[in-house]
Structures are given as C-alpha cells and as structure tokens.
Ligand binder design. Structure first.
Ligand code: ZN
Length: 307
C-alpha cells in the first residue's frame, strides 16, 4: 500500500442503522433488510475485535436484528454459533425494538484471507452447531439447533430456517472491513417464503438473488434497506410494514452485577472485599467495566447475610 492510498471514511459519517420489514408478491414473501454499519463498528470498538472477529460478530448481530423483526413486545432472540474454530463461540442477542448485543469468545483470533480474498469467517468459526433460542415470555424458551454447514453464518442460518423451522429462506449477511480495521459497511437481507407460495416464485427469487451484488457493496453505495429490498424484489411489489432504527445496546448495569455478586454468597464476598483493589467485573456482551470497592463489597456481603 502506498501513502497516496485513500484512507477509509470514518464511521462517524455512517448514517443511522435501520431495518425495513415488509411483504412482497401479495404476501407470499416476507422481506427484511438491515443496515448495521454503525452497530458493527461499535461492537468492534467495545470488544477490540480482529477483522475476522468483526466480520463474524457483525454478521451474527445483523442476523439477530432481522430475527428480532419477527418478534413482538418484550420477546428476545439469541443466536449462538458454537464453532470449534479459533474464534470460539459467536453469540448475539436481539429484540423487537432493534436493540442488539453480542460477543465472540476469542476477539483477537484472526485468519489470513481465504482464497476469494475475503475474511475467512467460515475457517475461523469452524465446524459445530448453530443454536437459536427464542424467549417468548413462556415458561420455557424455544430452542432449535442445526449443525453448521459452512460457518459463514448466512448459509448456516438459511439452513436452520429451512430445516428446523420449515420456512424456505434466503439469508445474506455482509461486513466490509477497511484496511485500518474499521467497519466500512455492514448489512443483511432475509427473504422467507410464506405458506401457499408458488414454486415459480421460489425460482424467481433464487434467480434474482444470484444476480444482486453483495449486500456490503449496496450498503456502501448508500442504498437504504428499503432500496436494497426493491433491488431484489423489483416487480414483485414491496409493502413496507415497519421501519425502525437499530442500535448496539446492552441491558447490563451495576445493580444487575451487584445481584450476581450477592448470589456468590458471603464467604466469596468476604474474600473479594479483602482485596485492596476491590473487584472488577466486565460485561461479556458489551465489555463495560464495573468496579466494586472493598466498602461496596462489604455492603453486598451484609445484604447477602440478610437473605
Ligand atoms: Zn453489558
């Protein structure tokens, strides 16, 4: 690379992340698209992700953002990519309000580019399982699992929908990382055939999808998620049903972690309170650090005693 090579645009210039959900072909196709550039960059910054880890987690975050669009109210969905490769597990969670969070077990893991010159997410994830957990507010959360097909996540998720939920689905997920590691573009597309669809329609969609440029290219060109859907669906007629912002947001707080500390019991708390520096806890999902001073830990120990 020479000194004259253009530097990537700072992500501060990226527009707000957004999701568009709609129906096409007279209700035969459920269509969702998302732009997730800013939230993927935030995940990268918070967790200190390598380029490969950025691509893997960005794809998973984009996936749960779109799966969250199929939920209602306080329902939540978690996607666990339980790979056996260098990244370890890739975990992402989303809700119906466009909030996502997630982490990678080994944020530093990075592989050379694959033979197509792309970040080798499949190699870094490796073989393993894809697990979807939907918390629908019932007594037991719904859980479905399939073996990973390629570890590239989009293909694995399409396989999950088709096999585990019997919904023929096409999934595209993409994260474009610049030379300096920053996220230049990220987004995704989820198309699902509804019951009663014609076989002809399935063929039409397959052909259209095979001719559309990669999602990241379209996002980088400035297409909105609605325009992205138009590009694929063309004359199939898109009815937009919802459009809302997406954000990286975590539900952790010092109070919640205090409760977790209390649950350790008083002898553990006594031991922690004995450390002059107190205790530091880091939220797995967002890497926020919470410190508890020895005095605070003694206070928690006292409330543990009252339990
Ligand atoms: Zn957190």
């Amino acid at each position: 690379m020479t000194a004259s090579t253009a530097r990537s645009q700072p992500p501060a210039a990226a527009p707000q992340d957004v999701l568009t959900r709609g129906l096409a072909a007279g209700g035969q196709v459920r269509a969702i698209a998302a732009r997730t550039t800013a939230l993927t960059e935030e995940a990268r910054r918070r967790h200190g992700l390598s380029p490969t880890a950025t691509a893997a987690l960005g794809r998973a975050l984009t996936a749960v953002a779109m799966m969250g669009a199929l939920l209602k109210g306080d329902e939540r969905v978690m996607l666990q990519i339980l790979g056996e490769g260098p990244l370890g597990h890739v975990v992402a969670e989303g809700d119906a309000r466009g909030r996502v969070r997630g982490y990678v077990s080994h944020p530093d893991a990075h592989l050379p580019l694959n033979e197509n010159g792309k970040l080798d997410v499949g190699g870094a994830v490796g073989g393993g399982q894809l697990v979807v957990i939907r918390d629908l507010g019932l007594r037991e959360p719904y859980r479905g699992a399939v073996p990973l097909v390629s570890g590239e996540i989009a293909e694995d998720l399409a396989h999950y929908f088709t096999r585990s939920e019997q919904i023929p689905s096409a999934v595209a997920l993409g994260v474009l990382v610049g030379a300096d590691g920053q996220v230049l573009a990220a987004g995704g597309l989820l198309l699902q055939l509804m019951p009663g669809h014609t076989e002809e329609l399935a063929d039409v969609l397959t052909t259209r999808l095979s001719t559309v440029p990669p999602v990241t290219q379209l996002v980088q060109q400035g297409l909105t998620p609605a325009e992205l859907l138009q590009k694929v669906l063309q004359d199939l007629g898109l009815d937009v049903l919802a459009e809302y912002p997406l954000t990286f947001a975590c539900s952790c707080s010092k109070d919640r972690l205090a409760k977790a500390l209390i649950a350790l019991g008083k002898s553990e708390l006594d031991e922690l309170a004995g450390q002059p520096e107190g205790a530091e806890l880091i939220c797995r999902f967002c890497s926020t650090r919470y410190t508890f001073s020895p005095a605070e830990l003694r206070q928690l120990r006292d409330s543990a005693r009252q339990l």
